[in-house]
Design a protein around this ligand. Structure first.
Ligand code: SF4
Length: 442
């Protein structure tokens, strides 16, 4: 029997002019980068752009695209439709739950500064399906689907909470998160769904390159949120947490948000808050998103009733971890100790795996990740896109350790699934009611 050949549909390249208008090009295919490995994007290896994603243009950079007629990659120096005028690469910032398999493909101009703190996924245009992006869906839950967050319902939720806790500063802070920063976790608190944030910590003992709440020089990399400037009292934390736990099905409340430092450094407020919550109810999952730097402090949090932790890691190679997290008063070994302690205490442990195609899927990185997964029995990998300038990140990582030719993000995910079927994939912190129900959300 003869096999029918499928015609490959290249996605048309998307670029932007100097006004920021994005448009497609007839003779070029969109191109994705997996580190230094470039490939033209086709409709079969991309997904219609997830709802809520945004297309951005990249200033001070030139698109690298696949010239369909010449069958080679080409750097575009000017707008082919308006010769003499500049042209810029386009990229997609994809919705939560989707991990990028390729970054946008471009070259920096000599005077380029850092890109703002987003991930820059590859994007193209299909005549049949519209905008398409190079992503892998890792979580199907609609926890942060903007279609389910109607502004009038958020406003009503805010009014209700203002009435219920008129002098609670944490509630006020969350209003700002929901309305000013559009934070989906903040919105969910007022909507009474899924996971509510409990930002608490003003300080951090790391200096992550891509920290969104504090950057040493705002002119070089602007942080996208202001860090919380007060420490809520244990009573304020308890009031917000209990209001969520007592009205939501399978509720999660989480310390460690984008608008704070690391919650381990605010344990003096958090430990009594958790104790007060647990005096009132055993319901709800109390979670902490953290850098996992202080196992001793974590022990006290577990004693008080913390249920789960999510530890952020960009790499399990110490040199690469240090180059991104730039720990000030702890060591990578402390992070590993925290993971092991949590498992010994029977807690649910996720890693918040900050990935960047070209680095995460290099053989050196994936070999170490396999060793890590064998030695530290984590429950879940939350596959997160690293929100940092991809080329600058690659330079930093390549200085920290060797990375040879990447093998692809999709094959990496498949290989881990095959070898560690017990490890759950996802994007969101699961409630304890669902710890055992699904190995994989994707
Ligand atoms: S651990 Fe979190 S709060 Fe601390 S520097 Fe890194 S991103 Fe910022």
């Amino acid at each position: 029997m003869k096999r029918r050949k499928h015609k490959v549909e290249y996605l048309k390249a998307l670029v932007a002019n100097d006004k920021g208008d994005v448009f497609d090009l007839d003779n070029y295919a969109a191109t994705g980068a997996d580190g230094s490995v470039l490939s033209p994007l086709t409709s079969s290896d991309c997904t219609p752009m997830p709802y809520g994603s945004e297309i951005m243009y990249l200033p001070d950079r030139k698109p690298v695209l696949w010239n369909i007629a010449k069958k080679n990659f080409e750097t575009l120096h000017e707008n082919p439709y308006e010769p003499g005028t500049p042209v810029f690469p386009a990229a997609a910032f994809n919705s939560p739950g989707y991990m990028i398999s390729h970054t946008s493909s471009y070259e920096e101009s000599a005077d380029a500064g850092y890109l703002p703190l987003f991930s820059y996924g590859a994007v193209g245009w299909s005549e049949k399906k519209g905008f398409m992006t190079a992503v892998i869906q890792v979580d199907k839950e609609r926890r942060q689907d903007l279609r389910l967050m109607k502004p009038e319902k958020i406003a009503a939720g805010i009014r209700k909470m203002q009435k219920a806790m008129p002098s609670n500063r944490l509630e006020k802070h969350l209003e700002n998160c929901a309305l000013k920063y559009g934070c989906p976790a903040g919105k969910n608190f007022f909507l009474g769904r899924y996971e509510a944030p409990l930002p608490t910590s003003r300080a951090c003992n790391a200096r992550c390159l891509g920290c969104i709440s504090l950057q040493a020089d705002q002119k070089i990399i602007p942080s996208s949120q202001n860090r919380i400037n007060f420490t809520p009292s244990p009573e304020e934390i308890k009031e917000v947490a209990l209001s969520h736990i007592l009205r939501v099905k399978n509720p999660v409340v989480s310390f460690g948000q984008g608008c704070e430092g690391d919650p381990l450094l605010a344990a003096d407020a958090i430990i009594p808050a958790i104790s007060m919550i647990r005096e009132k109810t055993d319901e709800g999952t109390i979670n902490m998103n953290t850098n996992g730097s202080c196992p001793d402090i974590l022990e006290g949090l577990f004693d008080a009733g913390l249920d789960s932790i999510r530890i952020s890691i960009n790499s399990v190679r110490k040199s690469c971890y240090n180059a991104y997290f730039r720990p000030v008063s702890y060591k990578f070994e402390d992070v590993l100790q925290s993971i092991d302690l949590a498992r010994q205490r029977g807690k649910f442990v996720s890693i918040n795996y900050l990935n960047c195609p070209g680095i995460t899927d290099s053989p050196e990185e994936s070999d170490e990740l396999f060793k890590f997964l064998k030695n530290h029995r984590i429950n879940m990998i939350q596959w997160r896109n690293l929100n940092f300038d991809p080329l600058r990140y690659m330079q930093t990582m390549n200085q920290a350790a060797p990375h040879s030719r990447p093998t692809g993000m999709k094959p990496l995910l498949e290989k881990i699934r095959k070898n560690f079927p017990q490890i759950r994939y996802g994007y969101f912190n699961p409630p304890k009611e669902k710890y055992g129900t699904s190995r994989h959300d994707a």
